[in-house]
Design a protein around this ligand. Structure first.
Ligand SMILES: [Zn+2]
Length: 218
C-alpha cells in the first residue's frame, strides 16, 4: 500500500494545520480541536423562492474558507470521514432543526455514474444526521437523476447553470409525496438551480411545501 493511500485511510493529522490528531473522537481525526474552533457555524436563511419556501445553511463560503476546504475534501478527494466533523456543527444547531416543520427529508441524489466513482453521496450523509436530530424519515428512491451532467461548480454563469439542471430529475413515486412537506438536503448551494429544479419536479408530482438545507452557501 502506498504511503499516500495509507495516510488517507489512517489519518493522523489535521486537514487544515497538519497538527497530529487523535484517533478518537472521529470528529477530531480530520480537524484538530484548535481548527474546529475556527469553523464559523451560523444558522442562516436565503431565498430560493418561489420554488422553495424556506432555505437554510450553516456555513458561508465567502466568510469561511475552512468549511469550503473541508467540503471540497469530501467531494473531490472522497474523504467521507470528514462528515464526522460536520456532524458536530449540525448537532450544535439542533434547536433550529427541530423548529422546522416537515414530513420527509430528501437528499439530492447523485447520478449513478458519479455515485459509482465517489462511492457515497455526501448529501445523504448530511441527511442522515438531520434525520437523527429531527426524528424525521429520509425518503429513498423517490427521485433520480436522468442525465449525467457537468458538476455545477464547473459551470460559471447563472444562465448556463439553470440550463445544466433543466429536467434532470424524475419522480419515481408521486403517491408517497402527495401533499407532503419535504426538506431537500444538499452540501452546497450557489444559485440554488439544482434545489429549485428538484423542487419543481416534486411539486409537479404533487408534493406540498418544499424547504431546503445545505451545509454551505457559496
Ligand atoms: Zn488544525
Amino acid at each position: 500500500m502506498s504511503k499516500k493511500i495509507d495516510s488517507l485511510l489512517f489519518p493522523s493529522f489535521c486537514a487544515n494545520c497538519k497538527a497530529d490528531t487523535p484517533e478518537e473522537p472521529p470528529s477530531l481525526r480530520w480537524l484538530c480541536l484548535n481548527c474546529h474552533k475556527l469553523l464559523i457555524v451560523r444558522w442562516q436563511k436565503v431565498s430560493f423562492k418561489p420554488e422553495i419556501s424556506e432555505s437554510y445553511h450553516i456555513f458561508d463560503y465567502q466568510k469561511d474558507k475552512l468549511a469550503k476546504k473541508l467540503i471540497h475534501n469530501i467531494k473531490y478527494d472522497f474523504v467521507k470521514e470528514i462528515a464526522d466533523t460536520f456532524y458536530v456543527a449540525l448537532e450544535s444547531e439542533r434547536f433550529n432543526f427541530r423548529k422546522l416543520m416537515f414530513d420527509f427529508i430528501l437528499p439530492i441524489p447523485l447520478h449513478k455514474r458519479r455515485f459509482k466513482e465517489r462511492e457515497f453521496n455526501q448529501s445523504e450523509l448530511i441527511a442522515k444526521k438531520i434525520s437523527e436530530i429531527t426524528e424525521k424519515p429520509i425518503l429513498e428512491d423517490i427521485i433520480k437523476r436522468k442525465f449525467y451532467r457537468r458538476p455545477q461548480m464547473e459551470v460559471k454563469n447563472r444562465e448556463a447553470r439553470i440550463k445544466n439542471t433543466q429536467n434532470i430529475f424524475e419522480c419515481l413515486d408521486a403517491e408517497k409525496i402527495k401533499g407532503k412537506t419535504i426538506l431537500l438536503v444538499d452540501d452546497v448551494a450557489t444559485t440554488g438551480a439544482t434545489l429549485k429544479e428538484c423542487a419543481r419536479t416534486l411539486k409537479s408530482a404533487g408534493a406540498g411545501t418544499i424547504l431546503s438545507f445545505t451545509l454551505a452557501q457559496d
